[in-house]
Design a protein around this ligand. Sequence first.
Ligand code: HEC
Ligand code: HEC
Ligand code: HEC
Ligand code: HEC
Length: 211
Amino acid sequence: MSVKLKRFAGVTVVVMVALLTFTPVVQGGIAGTAHDFSADGWSGGELCAPCHTPHGADSAITDAPLWNHTVSAATYTIYTSTTLNATLGQPNGISKLCLSCHDGTVAVDSFGGATGSTFIVDTDSEYVGTDLSGSHPISFSFDTALATADGGLYDPSTQNSGLGGTISADLLFADQLECGSCHDVHAADGYSNLLRLDNAGSALCLTCHDK
Ligand code: HEC
Ligand code: HEC
Ligand code: HEC
Ligand code: HEC
């Protein structure tokens, strides 16, 4: 009996050491950021579950990574301008995932099949709403042809993003410009507003715009 207890204690020490070793890696990502809901009562203490599930995910949205959150059915007012070269439709793909909390029509705690009751409301700074007419255009193809037509954009298939690859490889989702082109939902790099690149001196904007 005493031998068994000693072995058990040894295993516990090994597990503790392993946890201590891996903790800094976790803190470099989503933990402690605006999207770490694990301390909010409605999340059940989970870090990933408000957005992802390993089983039973919603595969209806194109390219959605094992999605666990109820998706918004809202219709959006989209950005228009006389100088825009891109053709915009309703938000789709990855942007729909963000809007499922940020448009304020679906509760943040509506995940895993549950219907929640905690909403992002229009007095919250993180409220985006369903009127996207005042927001940077999203959910359109940003390719060489668009860059040529516009004249003030870098070619995304050759221009470096500053993150190691091209704009297409690092900032676009199957050539589509989405919310996730500017924001890293997991905040891996720790920039303010969950940005993918530091925007000091408008560096993020100047990654794509040749102005
Ligand atoms: C607030 C919602 C949210 C939370 C919380 C979240 N994710 Fe994500 N995750 C997303 C969205 C949206 C995408 C797709 C957009 C993207 O890749 O930038 C994504 C993409 C991914 C991907 C595929 C793309 C990639 O980056 O490799 C993986 C893997 C992933 N998440 C794992 C996790 C894990 C593990 C956790 C918990 C530690 C987590 N996520 C927490 C929203 C979330
Ligand atoms: C599960 C719901 C949910 C999803 C999905 C989600 N968010 Fe959020 N997000 C929130 C909430 C809630 C906050 C505010 C948290 C707080 O301030 O305590 C927030 C905050 C933010 C902020 C402000 C960060 C800051 O530091 O102030 C940004 C930017 C953001 N989200 C962008 C996104 C983008 C882009 C996506 C998709 C790639 C996304 N979110 C997906 C719920 C969500
Ligand atoms: C072209 C780049 C770009 C795109 C695309 C983009 N954002 Fe942002 N977003 C920013 C920048 C830069 C900020 C920093 C604050 C500001 O300038 O308003 C920001 C701020 C935010 C904030 C925080 C506002 C606050 O005051 O707390 C949220 C939430 C947010 N964005 C969500 C989204 C969502 C959701 C989408 C897609 C529907 C999206 N963003 C698309 C660049 C972008
Ligand atoms: C990932 C690449 C990318 C980033 C980063 C980016 N943009 Fe854009 N932006 C585009 C593309 C592509 C268009 C569509 C241009 C067109 O079709 O005429 C666009 C459109 C615009 C427009 C509308 C142009 C019009 O004719 O109506 C403005 C203004 C703009 N961006 C400003 C910004 C600002 C400010 C930032 C930084 C906060 C930013 N962009 C970041 C790629 C980007």
